[in-house]
Design a protein around this ligand. Structure first.
Ligand SMILES: Cc1ncc(C[n+]2csc(CCOP(=O)(O)OP(=O)(O)O)c2C)c(N)n1
Length: 495
């Protein structure tokens, strides 16, 4: 019974286009792991814990845009996937969750390792297939760009003598026929574009359209427009809050993901300002509905035919960055990132500070971030997944973010050779909260707790995973990084 259902699961995965599986083993999923190991044409990554496995899978999807599966055993092992599933939901990524389970009759009994796994991911999975050996099966043939949960109930004995399949014998799904582009009008008002969260392919498609429109474009690093082949430099502005404060507009055309800036959040109350969202995701990124229009990504084609007046942009006053301060370090990093590198930006201050200095980057860079739910968890794992076949890949993240993902480097020995630079900006806590005006009136003790101030240093973390470690207190400490993976701990001067 198990053999039949496992074979049919693997065939279904192959037909969905899954060619990589991240496994975290237990006894319950061991038969599936055995079958995968007997299979051809599928890459396995192995993990001792499921959170990293799921975020790593997310990174693989970000890099390849193909579905990747993560396989867990039963019980809380399955629950460990939730944060990555939420991130995949908001980014529209096809993360396939295969959770081994005890047979259905164990549900609600409190029997060992039997929890309520069916529908465990609630609204964050497009559907949950609760599959039991012996029952008739109907598998989906595509993931539709969303997380999909397959809960696989296996009977004992958990026989690990399982045959594999040839994944390559089952070609993945044909790309869906693109829906007809919509016809739409846009308000004939002074307009600025806000762009974020575009894959390099989406950026290449958007760049000629933006060039035709000739409007000012406030482009975050993750818009991937700064290095696009169509040169837009004359239209581009950094999308940090200082620069946005000089924008006077009546209409915002938002391309791609939800912007990072405070300026965007404040649009919630500026209801007179029109917003047109053009995104692969269905989320408007604002709760207000007045003067907000949502267009699918296929509207991009039609955009080039529109003529809209340009918004006016005043340059922000020149800000002198104190040397060795955190913003100044970001400038240094932006200038030193090697051309063509992949760069993953951590949430909180790193992505915001980098957005200010992005004009300094060399050509051909590709930027990524987890901006679906803006979590500071799973960032190292997601980056490692995205970096898997890169020669040069950088992660820039905060210290608390790094502390969330201490197990992530487990997978390093499984990755092909590459210069992976893990840069922790250690400012001794969640310093973003020191910038929140409403928190400044709190007592010192309260701010201590909110910022989680600490004196942790990251050298021992590097040692734990056998990574070379560089402590950087001056830019020239970045001059000669060794080949291969390196942990760089930047200690900025306190502002
Ligand atoms: C999983 C998760 N928990 C909590 C938060 C709320 N949060 C946002 S930023 C932040 C502090 C981040 O600290 P750090 O990574 O050191 O970056 P810094 O603020 O110093 O740039 C926290 C706790 C979050 N975004 N995600």
């Amino acid at each position: 019974m198990n053999t039949l259902v496992i074979r049919s699961l693997l065939t279904a995965l192959a037909r969905m286009g899954v060619a990589e599986v991240c496994v975290a083993a237990g006894a319950r999923n061991a038969p599936v792991i055995a079958a995968l190991m007997e299979s051809e044409g599928v890459k396995l990554w192995n993990f001792f814990e499921e959170r990293s496995a799921a975020f790593f899978a997310l990174g693989r999807i970000l890099a390849n845009r193909a579905p990747v599966a993560v396989l867990t055993t039963s019980g809380t092992a399955a629950a460990e996937l939730l944060p990555a599933v939420i991130e995949a939901h908001y980014q529209g990524l096809p993360l396939v969750l295969v959770t081994a389970d005890r047979p259905r009759r164990f549900r609600g009994t409190g029997a060992p390792q039997a929890i309520e796994q069916k529908e465990l991911f609630g609204p964050y999975a497009s559907s949950c297939l609760d599959v039991e050996a012996g029952a008739s099966l109907s598998w989906p043939t595509r993931t539709n760009g969303r997380p999909l949960h397959i809960n696989l109930c296996l009977e004992e004995p958990l026989d690990t003598r399982q045959p594999g399949i040839d994944f390559l014998a089952h070609p993945g799904p044909k790309p869906p026929k693109p829906p007809k582009p919509p016809t739409f009008t846009l308000p004939a008002l002074p307009t600025a574009v806000l762009a974020a969260g575009l894959s390099p392919e989406e950026a290449e498609a958007a760049a000629p359209v933006l060039s035709k429109l000739g409007l000012p474009v406030f482009a975050e690093a993750t818009s991937n427009l700064w290095g696009a082949r169509t040169d837009l430099r004359h239209l581009l502005h950094p999308a940090d809050d200082d620069t946005l404060s000089g924008l006077d507009t009546r209409h915002v055309l938002r391309l791609g993901g939800v912007p990072t800036s405070r300026w965007w959040r404040d649009l919630e109350d500026r209801t007179e300002l029109h917003v047109s969202n053009l995104s692969r995701q269905p989320f408007p990124g604002l709760a207000r509905t007045q003067n907000v229009v949502n267009l699918p990504w296929t509207a991009l084609e039609g955009l080039a035919g529109h003529r809209l007046p340009a918004a006016t942009v005043a340059r922000p006053p020149f800000a002198n960055l104190p040397p060795l301060s955190e913003p100044s370090w970001m400038q240094t990093l932006a200038e030193r990132l090697p051309a063509g590198a992949q760069v993953f930006l951590g949430n909180s201050l790193p992505i915001r500070e980098f957005n200010r200095v992005v004009p300094a980057v060399a050509g051909g860079m590709r930027f990524l971030a987890n901006r679906g739910a803006n979590g500071i968890d799973g960032l190292v794992s997601t980056w490692l997944g995205a970096s898997a076949v890169e020669r040069e890949s950088w992660l820039i993240l905060g210290d608390l973010s790094a502390l969330y993902d201490l197990a992530a480097p487990w997978v390093l020995p499984q990755l092909p050779k590459g210069n992976r630079r893990l840069v922790v900006i250690n400012n001794g806590g969640g310093k973003i909260f020191a910038q929140v005006a409403s928190l400044r009136s709190l007592s010192r003790e309260a701010r201590h707790i909110i910022e989680n101030r600490h004196r942790v240093r990251f050298g021992p973390w590097a040692e734990l995973w056998g990574m070379p470690y560089v402590q950087a207190t001056r830019p020239d400490h970045l001059d000669r990084l060794p080949e291969g993976p390196v942990l760089v701990e930047v200690l900025p001067d306190a502002a």
